[in-house]
Design a protein around this ligand. Sequence first.
Ligand SMILES: C[S@@+](CC[C@H](N)C(=O)[O-])C[C@H]1O[C@@H](n2cnc3c(N)ncnc32)[C@H](O)[C@@H]1O
Length: 246
Amino acid sequence: MDSIPANRQLWNRISSAYQHKHDPHIGAAPRLWGMYSLPDTHLNALGEVTGRRVLELGCGAGQWSRALAAEGATVIGLDLSEAQLAAAARAMGPARYPLVQGAAEQLPFAADTFDLVFCDFGGLSWAPPHLAVPQAARVLRPGGRLVFNVASPWFEACYDEAAARVTTTLQQDYFGLDTIAEGGGAMSYQLTYGDWVRVLRGAGLVIDDLIEPRPGPATPNGYNETHPPDWAHRWPAELLWVTHKP
Ligand SMILES: C[S@@+](CC[C@H](N)C(=O)[O-])C[C@H]1O[C@@H](n2cnc3c(N)ncnc32)[C@H](O)[C@@H]1O
């Protein structure tokens, strides 16, 4: 099913409220990963980007792209939503970088273009991975890296829809999590561990690491209520995949 039109509408509709709520945290410092804004200086997922050609899939307001451009990367921020791209344009710093409207499942770039393709709850959470991962692999040059952070299956399986919080009880089947209805036909995507491995390897990528970001017991989740509050200190809330194209 094509979720592009509905996801675009969703993000155009929620962009302003989303940025109002989250940008003060996720834009506060460079290179912060995920729901707990964990610094990449601790996780060491992205590596050196100076002089590299970098594509962010689903850049939102460009908190990441802006930081990497300031480090001297040649960054392109791609996003489906014109409202999110407008927010990125407004927030752009002195290191300018191009913004492109497009979908992670249909990348408008030639093969072998980028040294690094990455996202943080971006295109690989909001586009079908069996389409978006091969696209990312196609536009990477040999030796280039695909690095991305998504919610973990643990987090999704323990999410209680009615109470709108993550719990210690399994709420949903692990098998069959793959599409999550976000309202109005919009979809986000979730794979099992095995399906991620198969999709990545099927696109010809080599898996170098699977980082499971672990916040401290008192680190706040900027997005979701969890019960207990230190849930993600005890179980993995996110998967940070580090891969490369041989
Ligand atoms: C949660 S934001 C990620 C950006 C930033 N890291 C953040 O956390 O705010 C998700 C972004 O993915 C974009 N998006 C949704 N579907 C997409 C798709 N199919 N291709 C590319 N971007 C998409 C949305 O417009 C939104 O800006």
